[in-house]
Design a protein around this ligand. Structure first.
Ligand code: SF4
Length: 422
């Protein structure tokens, strides 16, 4: 019999693995939590609280589960993650409590409180920062939860067998208008210390990391600190000698194009095992790069691709089609740029613009995708030259637009107000 259950999914796996590590480090007995990807097990064990963490794009998948849980159990339903933070009032249509912001400390405080108080939602919860809930019909928001130093928590719980790519850096100063990361994690990049990264990387056979920009390790975010980056990669070499493989700057992370230079590529060749790197171009139109606040140029992307090819590293370049304010001419420029990347020997990953809550583009409409672009992407995908699920994302994007139109609310954010730019 478990009192608390974690509804683990493929997409929230990494987040929960890290949160469970933080709970254990604060003294919570994580052995008494049911952690499962099997929804039926949660129903069978009839817990008193069930934890979810999800992105807005997953909302339609979990709606049904929530209905069943409400029908068959009396569990308190708690949600964290990007949707809960950006749209707490909407989240509370389904859940009893929304966790707002960085979860490590607030989750510990909340679960400890609930265990001591028979899982009752009372006004005492107003003392815990980082929550939203309804009390006697009033919407209560106790403030955005920020964790000053996320590295005081290990990435994994000692007593659990779960592992995930380690979050080595958090926060991003670039504030691209379509991205949720800086509004959820702050503009300043913070990093795990090297000894901690080395210690926990030992648990992985294939070593992978989570970071908004793997080449910005050790810097406040916008500058390259080659000394710190090299120190990290060097420190990981004994693990490679023991037979592990190190994947750096590739799935599930990527690197910013202007950080791809001979000196960073030298480090990859010398210290890492991957021979592909993922970079975001997003568009082939200089004016669009400014409009989406990418803060790099087309030249940066071109140079990054050429440098990578010189070093024998395969460039994987992300593009977003349908960005707000994109004209047919902008799309033609993106197409030309994609063709150039492919001719050079790189891979293109195509995405469709999705208005994500909590971002400056949340209320912006996608631009129509020209027939020429659709034809081009279709043909390239058939030849295996373009990856990415942009066609599915078109459907999802429509759903997101409808949701935001109907339930728009000013999002809670790490940095205060999020300025809409539509
Ligand atoms: S897209 Fe990347 S660089 Fe831009 S804000 Fe998000 S994490 Fe930062």
């Amino acid at each position: 019999m478990y009192e608390i259950a974690v509804r683990m999914t493929k997409r929230n796996h990494n987040a929960f693995v890290h949160l469970l590590g933080a709970l254990e480090a604060q003294g919570f007995d994580v052995g008494e939590i049911l952690i499962t990807k099997d929804f039926e097990r949660i129903l069978e064990s009839r817990p008193r609280a069930v934890l979810y963490s999800f992105y807005t794009e997953e909302l339609w998948e979990i709606e049904r589960e929530i209905e069943i849980l409400k029908e068959k159990t009396n569990a308190l339903l708690i949600a964290g993650g990007y949707h809960a933070t950006a749209m707490p009032k909407h989240t509370l249509r389904y859940f009893d409590i929304a966790i707002i912001g960085e979860g490590e400390e607030v989750l510990y405080q909340l679960l400890t409180f609930l265990k001591r108080n028979s899982f009752k939602l009372t006004k005492e919860l107003m003392k815990i920062r980082g929550l939203a809930f309804y009390l006697n019909g009033d919407f209560i928001f106790t403030g955005f939860a920020k964790v000053d130093d996320f590295t005081k928590f290990p990435p994994y719980a000692e007593c659990l067998r779960y592992i995930a790519p380690i979050e080595i850096s958090r926060g991003c100063p670039f504030a691209c208008y379509y991205c949720q990361t800086p509004y959820m994690k702050g503009f300043k990049m913070r990093h795990r210390p090297i000894p901690q990264i080395v210690k926990y990387s030992r648990r992985m056979k294939d070593i992978r990391y989570i970071t908004p920009n793997a080449f910005a390790y050790g810097s406040p975010g916008a500058l390259l600190r080659i000394d710190k980056l090299e120190a990290l990669l060097k420190a990981l070499q004994p693990l490679r000698k023991e037979g592990r493989k190190l994947f750096y700057g590739t799935f599930p992370s990527e690197v910013r194009p202007e950080f791809v230079k001979p000196e960073t590529l030298e480090l990859i060749m010398r210290y890492a095992d991957n021979r592909r790197l993922a970079i975001g171009a997003q568009t082939g139109d200089e004016m669009m790069l400014k409009r989406i606040h990418r803060l790099h140029t087309i030249t940066h992307v071109r140079e990054a691709v050429e440098f990578m090819l010189e070093y024998g590293i395969e460039p994987v370049v992300d593009f977003i089609v349908g960005l707000p304010g994109e004209s047919e001419e902008s799309q033609r420029r993106s197409m030309e740029f994609m063709k150039w990347v492919m001719r050079k020997g790189g891979k293109v990953r195509a995405h469709y613009f999705m208005p994500l809550p909590g971002t400056p583009f949340a209320r912006c409409k996608p631009s129509p995708v020209s027939d020429e672009m659709k034809r081009f992407l279709g043909q390239m995908a058939a030849k295996g030259k373009v990856e990415g699920s942009w066609t599915n994302q078109m459907e999802l994007s429509k759903k997101l637009q409808r949701l935001i139109e109907e339930f728009y609310e000013e999002p809670m954010s790490y940095n205060g107000q999020v300025r809409s730019v539509c």
